[in-house]
Ligand binder design. Structure first.
Ligand SMILES: [Mg+2]
Length: 141
């Protein structure tokens, strides 16, 4: 699969986010881009979803009840190691010290709220190499 193909590929996206307004907003953008989306209200639910289904990308809120985005990402790394989906933090505060914490936890990138459809598209294209590698690996199973 090449980069052109990933632009046409229906990505399986897991949104881990507790805010209903943000959930709706991101869902609308992703569906408009032609992707598939599941929504988990917090990190613990997100981990349950991951155990049941393959995802290409995870959009991860940071502040959530039960299990926050940083702790959830650490658990994903612990369980799935390098076989994890691309994880992108979607957060309100993007202080540079905070970015470091996200990356150290195992996230690939970060976006500042509110995100736009165009920003999501650009982000998926930026990570298309890694996404493709994962999709190819899934297909080989
Ligand atoms: Mg939140």
């Amino acid at each position: 699969m090449d980069e052109v193909e990933v632009k046409k590929t229906k990505l399986r996206v897991l949104l881990v986010e507790d805010n209903p307004v943000n959930q709706k907003l991101v869902e609308r953008y992703l569906l408009k881009l032609g992707h598939q989306i599941d929504i988990a209200d917090n990190g613990a639910i997100g981990l349950e979803f991951l155990a049941q289904k393959n995802y290409d990308v995870i959009l991860m809120d940071i502040e959530m009840p039960v299990l926050n985005g940083i702790e959830t990402t650490k658990k994903i790394v612990e369980i799935y190691s390098d076989n994890r989906p691309v994880i992108i933090a979607v957060t309100a505060s993007i202080l540079s010290a905070y970015k470091e914490i996200c990356i150290q936890a195992g996230m690939d990138d970060y976006m500042e709220k509110p995100v736009s459809g165009e920003q999501l598209k650009v982000m998926f294209e930026k990570w298309s190499d890694k996404i493709i590698k994962r999709i190819d690996a899934d297909y080989k199973k």
